[in-house]
Design a binder for this molecule. Structure first.
Ligand code: ASP
Length: 450
């Protein structure tokens, strides 16, 4: 790798990478050779005919540069490679978009059509590296705390998380559909019934909502669940994980421990349940201001007069309000154990203690107006599981892309995702959604009525 050349001065080495740039001075030329670890100047005794972004293999001697040619801005600025031979491994055509800028002003559809080139720009290389480091640090911390990483299915059943499902038709059961998970909510709770006690997953979640700057069809969250815990224990665990991971990637947190506001306090003080605690100076210093919001109303009235849940139907109310829920009294006053985490004005996570007694969960669905048959068909499996010794449990999920956006100074979630959808909901690089073969439709017994 390029960065290893710092240790091999005087030796002949083989380096492989991309032609980042070329400077030709007639009889001599210079190539900046790039690999994932950085850039090195390659000295060529003669003219060269190479296009930028061509992949080459160079054999040459690593030499110290003369004092006045040292480039202090480059990690390898004190050395260069004196090329002896250059082999082209893969040529590069004219690029359809510049990749030596930050790319912010380039049309999104072009950037995402050629995302594999767009990702070569240093800004995105850095963003994805930071993302990877952040995830690694979260994993590290949770493994230290005795968590197990467990995957849950992608082909699953609809779970209400307040959004629209993506659905997948079934070939074996024509006319029936899987739903992609809006979150692993139900499976992670079932893992508590199963006795794992401490679960986490870097979970992909799918929500068919109109994309926005900070919202996409797919997002990734650090999803966890714990048994035999109180609200504050789950919040503390998530807070410590995030603090550890953020500090590991070099981020600075404004207030530790994260301040906690009740929903009422937040509404009085900030007129919103998402707020930015940073001063102008904090913004300049790139501080992250995290805070918790607790004590939300469990239910709110819909315009049609029926009740809906504000956050998560699987939540348990605060202990003082459990009997109100069971008796379905003063529904609008019931407070949930939900906790939301915000950072620099964005919601970056949330969770709750869960209803683990079947009668409590059933009461929630009854308040939501679900008839008994629907409760049975949609949630019968949870109600049944909870009759086989389910520990009290609670959990949290942290959508880390928004947090990374804040840290990296990015305005769009796509800047921290490798292959995001476009703002109009189409895939990067591959042209989807797209029609399928008539045979596929036939196999699924589906007809397009258009
Ligand atoms: N399932 C919730 C979500 O995805 C998080 C949780 O309550 O653990 O937002």
């Amino acid at each position: 790798m390029v960065k290893d050349t710092l240790q091999t001065v005087g030796k002949t080495v083989l380096l492989k990478g991309w032609v980042n740039s070329i400077r030709s001075h007639g009889k001599i030329s210079f190539i900046d050779l790039r690999d994932r670890s950085g850039l090195i100047q390659v000295f060529v005794a003669g003219p060269i005919n190479l296009k930028p972004e061509t992949v080459i293999a160079v054999v040459g001697k690593v030499s110290l540069r003369p004092e006045k040619l040292i480039n202090p801005k480059l990690l390898t600025g004190k050395i260069e490679l004196q090329s002896e031979s250059i082999e082209v491994l893969s040529p590069c055509r004219e690029l359809p978009l510049p990749i030596d800028t930050d790319g912010c002003n380039i049309d999104e559809t072009v950037r995402l059509k050629y995302r594999y080139l767009d990702l070569r720009r240093p800004r995105l290389q850095r963003n994805l590296k930071v993302r990877s480091d952040y995830i690694q640090a979260c994993r590290e911390y949770l493994f230290q705390q005795d968590f197990l990483e467990i995957e849950t299915p992608i082909l699953t059943k609809s779970t209400p998380e307040g959004s629209r499902d993506f659905i997948v038709p079934s070939r074996n059961y024509p006319g029936n559909f899987f739903a992609l998970p809006q979150s692993p909510q139900q499976y992670k709770q079932l893992l508590m019934t199963a006795g794992f006690e401490r679960y986490f997953q870097i979970a992909r979640c799918f929500r068919d909502e109109d994309p926005r700057a900070d919202r996409a069809f797919e997002h990734t969250q650090l999803d966890l669940e714990m048994s035999f815990v109180e609200r504050e224990e789950v919040m503390a665990l998530m807070e410590k994980t995030i603090t550890y991971a953020l500090e590991k990637i070099g981020a600075k947190i404004k207030i530790k421990p994260f301040p906690v506001f009740t929903y009422k306090e937040a509404m009085e003080k900030f007129k919103a349940d998402k707020f930015d605690l940073r001063t102008e100076k904090d913004k300049k210093n790139n501080l992250l201001a995290l805070a918790w919001v607790i004590e939300f109303p469990f239910f709110e009235k819909k315009p049609d007069g029926n009740w809906t849940f504000t956050h998560n139907p699987f939540s348990r109310p605060i202990p003082e309000h459990e009997s109100m829920l069971l008796k379905k009294q003063k529904i609008g006053q019931i407070i949930t154990t939900q906790y939301d985490l915000i950072c620099n004005g964005l919601e970056v996570g949330g969770g709750s203690l869960r209803s683990y007694q079947p009668e409590m969960l059933r009461a929630v669905f009854e308040i939501l107006g679900h008839p008994p048959a629907k409760i049975k068909s949609q949630f019968g499996h949870m109600l049944e599981a909870f009759t086989y010794g389910t520990p009290p449990h609670g959990g949290c999920a942290h959508g880390f892309e928004r947090l990374l956006m804040s840290y990296l100074g990015e305005d769009y979630i796509r800047e921290v995702q490798a292959f995001p959808q476009t703002g109009s909901g189409r895939t990067s690089v591959m042209d989807a959604p797209s029609p399928v073969d008539p045979e596929q439709l036939q196999e699924l017994q589906l007809k397009i009525s258009r």
